[in-house]
Design a protein around this ligand. Structure first.
Ligand code: HEC
Ligand SMILES: [Cu+2]
Length: 361
C-alpha cells in the first residue's frame, strides 16, 4: 500500500535541519561580536536598523535551512529507484487541510511580524517629528551641497552636525536622481529632482563619516564619495557654522540664473577660482592637455596653448570668450558643458575661475 505518512528519515532530517538552523540563527544574531561586518553605528536609529538586520538575517537563516534542506531530502528520498517502471508516478497528496493551513498561517505570521518591526523603525526614520536641526542636502553632478538655517546660499565643503542633536535632513537633487548614503549612520535615501525626501536621525558618535552617492548618475558618479558628514561637539560645530555664516553673508539666496550681458572679469581672484574649480569643475575637467578628457577636455593651457587657438565653440581663446562659455554653457561633439545656473556660479565666481584658468600654462 502506498503511504504519504512521513517516515523515520523525515524526522531525522528535521532534527538535523533544526540544529543547523539554530546554529545559523545564532551566528547572525551574535554576528557583531563574532565578526564585525559593519562599521560601528554612528547614531540613532542606526542601532535599531542593525537590530532589524540581525533579526531578519537570523530568521532568513532558519527559513533558508528548512526550505533548501527539505528540497534536498525529498529529491533523494523520493527519487526513482532501480526496478521502478519508467513511467512510475509519485504519490499524489492533496486535500491535506492541516498541512495547507500550516503553510499559509506560518509564513503569513512571519511576514506580519517583519512588517511591524520594519514599520516601527521606518516611522522613527522618516515620519516622527523631532525638534532639532533642519539641514538640506542637494545632489548635483557630481557633488553634494548643504543648506543650513540662517546661512545664505549653500555650504560646499562637508556636512557638519553637532553630536547628540536630532537632525531632520531634507534631500533633493538639482539634476538627475542621486542617492544619499552614510553607511556609518545606516542612512540611505534617494535624491530626486522636484521632490523632497526626509530622513531623521541623531548622530551619537563624534567622527567623520563618508557620504556616498549610490545611484548611477553619470560618468562622474564614482567620484561622489569625497565629501563627509562631520559630527562634532557643539562648540566646534558652532565655530564652523559661524564661519560659514560669515563666508556666505554676501551670497544671495536666490537660485542662480544665467546673467545677460558680458561679465566683468577685472579683480578675479586666482585662489578662489582654484578652490571653486576643484569643487565644481574637476569632475568633468582634468588639468592636463586638451586631449586629456574626463567628460570635457583638459583645461591646462585653455588660454595659452598655441596648438588650440580656438575654444570648442569656435571662438578665439580669450578670457572674455571663456567667460562666455561658463555663462551660457556649450553643447558640442564632446557633450554638454553646463551653463552658469546649472553650475551654480555667480558672476564673481566666473571672474575668479577665468583668472585661475588664465594662470594654467
Ligand atoms: C558635467 C560636466 C562638466 C562640468 C561640471 C563642467 N564642464 Fe566645462 N565642459 C564640459 C564639456 C563636455 C565641454 C566640451 C563641450 C563640447 O565642446 O562638446 C566643456 C568645455 C569647457 C570649456 C571650453 C574648453 C575649450 O578648450 O574650448 C571650458 C573653458 C570649460 N568647460 C570650463 C569649465 C569650468 C571652469 C567648469 C566649472 C565651473 C566646468 N567647465 C564644468 C563639461 C563640463
Ligand atoms: Cu550621484
Amino acid at each position: 500500500m502506498e503511504t504519504n505518512k512521513p517516515g523515520r528519515g523525515f524526522w531525522v532530517t528535521t532534527a538535523i535541519l533544526a540544529v543547523i538552523s539554530i546554529a545559523g540563527a545564532l551566528y547572525f544574531w551574535l554576528m557583531p561580536s563574532v565578526q564585525p561586518w559593519l562599521p560601528p553605528e554612528g547614531g540613532h536609529p542606526g542601532d535599531q536598523v542593525d537590530w532589524l538586520f540581525r533579526f531578519m538575517a537570523s530568521a532568513a537563516a532558519v527559513l533558508y535551512t528548512f526550505v533548501v534542506g527539505y528540497v534536498i531530502y525529498f529529491a533523494i528520498a523520493y527519487r526513482r529507484r532501480r526496478g521502478d517502471p519508467p513511467d512510475a508516478l509519485g504519490v499524489h497528496v492533496h486535500d491535506n487541510t492541516k498541512l495547507e493551513i500550516a503553510w499559509t498561517v506560518v509564513p503569513t505570521l512571519f511576514v506580519i511580524v517583519l512588517s511591524i518591526l520594519s514599520i516601527k523603525i521606518w516611522y522613527v526614520l522618516q515620519v516622527q517629528p523631532t525638534n532639532g536641526l533642519v539641514v538640506e542636502s542637494i545632489g548635483r553632478q557630481w557633488y553634494f551641497t548643504f543648506r543650513y538655517p540662517n546661512v545664505n546660499g549653500e555650504v560646499t565643503d562637508a556636512m557638519h552636525l553637532p553630536v547628540n542633536m536630532p537632525v531632520t535632513l531634507n534631500l533633493t537633487s538639482d539634476d538627475v536622481i542621486h542617492s544619499f548614503w552614510v553607511p556609518d549612520m545606516r542612512l540611505k535615501a534617494d535624491m530626486i529632482p522636484g521632490m523632497i525626501n526626509t530622513i531623521r536621525f541623531t548622530p551619537t558618535r563624534v567622527g567623520r563619516y563618508q557620504i556616498i552617492c549610490t545611484e548611477f548618475c553619470g560618468t562622474g558618479h564614482s567620484t561622489m564619495e569625497k565629501q563627509t558628514m562631520v559630527v562634532q561637539p557643539m562648540p566646534a560645530y558652532l565655530a564652523w557654522y559661524h564661519d560659514w555664516q560669515q563666508r556666505n553673508a554676501h551670497v544671495s539666496n536666490a537660485p542662480p540664473t544665467v546673467t545677460s550681458g558680458t561679465i566683468a572679469l577685472a579683480g578675479g581672484n586666482v585662489a578662489a577660482g582654484r578652490a571653486l574649480f576643484s569643487q565644481k569643475c574637476s569632475a568633468c575637467h582634468a588639468l592636463g592637455p586638451f586631449e586629456q578628457r574626463i567628460v570635457g577636455p583638459g583645461l591646462r593651457g585653455v588660454l595659452h596653448d598655441e596648438s588650440h587657438p580656438d575654444l570648442v565653440d569656435g571662438d578665439e581663446a580669450t578670457p572674455a570668450d571663456v567667460a562666455k562659455i561658463l555663462q551660457n554653457g556649450f553643447t558640442g561633439s564632446m557633450g554638454h558643458m553646463p551653463n552658469q545656473a546649472q553650475n551654480g556660479l555667480s558672476n564673481k565666481d566666473i571672474a575668479n575661475l577665468v583668472a585661475y584658468l588664465n594662470t594654467l600654462k
